[in-house]
Design a protein around this ligand. Sequence first.
Ligand code: FAD
Length: 320
Amino acid sequence: MKYTVILNGCSSSFISQAEEISGFLWDNIGKSMEGDTVIFYSEDEKREELIENSPTAFVRLIKITRYQPENVLAILKDLELNREVDLYLFSRDFAGNELSVRFAYRMGGSSLVSVSKIEIGKGMLTCCRPAYSNNMEAKFTLRKKPYCIAIAQGSTDHKLTLDTSRQVLSEVDMTNMSKGTFIKEYEFKGEEEASGLEHSKFILIAGRGVKDNKKMERLREVAKKTGAELGISRPVAMKAWAPMNRLIGVSGAMTKPELCITAGVSGAAAFFAGIEKSKYIIAINTDEEASIVKSSDVAIIDDYEIVLEELLKIIETSEK
Ligand SMILES: Cc1cc2nc3c(=O)[nH]c(=O)nc-3n(C[C@H](O)[C@H](O)[C@H](O)COP(=O)(O)OP(=O)(O)OC[C@H]3O[C@@H](n4cnc5c(N)ncnc54)[C@H](O)[C@@H]3O)c2cc1C
């Protein structure tokens, strides 16, 4: 059996990750398996320190510009495809958990995160992990190699007692790796500013019944033309048809407008709590059984598009 530890040398917690993995190896593997450590790093000044703190005697170094799951996975897959490693160990942090699952998928193996103990059997790896808030221990059997596991929090840390000499087996420079292979384009979106919905006098709210993002665009226009603030229900926020700061309900804004019009909203309790202090509620819904129909002042049972377009026409003619 062969194992490989994957560590993030770009992380400020590298040493604690290495110590935890070292403790895990000590408790679970000892010297019964042949192993090495792959360390991803970006700063030359740290190279020696990373090698010294490797949890195994054999080290392979990969220089990269940034530790991102996509580039790490692509590099690992290329380098590891023909190595026939049985077990990959990842650290317990967020990146370690993500990589263990995604790497197993790419290599056709099996994975488990938060592993506190392993037992190596014939054609399988038995793993224990805490369950039910640490009140129980669950046992899993992984059958497809390579086994890719991320260790559990609190795995004992040892001060690198397995071996003290370190040998660098290979060094690869991947700093020229093309970004274009996995990131087509990206845009940074800062935190949305507060929308001020809590103080609006007139709110038009879009629910899942609006159907899609394109139709949401039309609703935005209607809100603008009628002078309403746009609010949304949770499914609309989850589908990213509008920013999260427009969400109405217990997880978003609790409003008290003079007038509230809902379009394609069913009126679930978690939503309704956010509009129940409105002076006047008009609900537009195709389903007369929807709970919002019973809790609104006026309910229009029809397609919201027809109703809102009619409303716009009335506003436009009254302006002439
Ligand atoms: C802990 C927790 C917190 C939550 N917090 C919130 C929260 O803060 N805000 C929130 O919104 N939700 C919240 N939810 C979710 C909430 O329970 C509902 O699932 C959600 O409000 C439903 O959104 P909706 O009414 O848009 O969608 P749906 O319930 O799917 O309703 C869509 C409605 O559109 C109608 N419709 C369809 N087509 C048309 C049409 N052409 N014209 C007119 N009507 C049409 C349908 O008849 C239906 O009534 C929370 C849930 C949980 C568990």
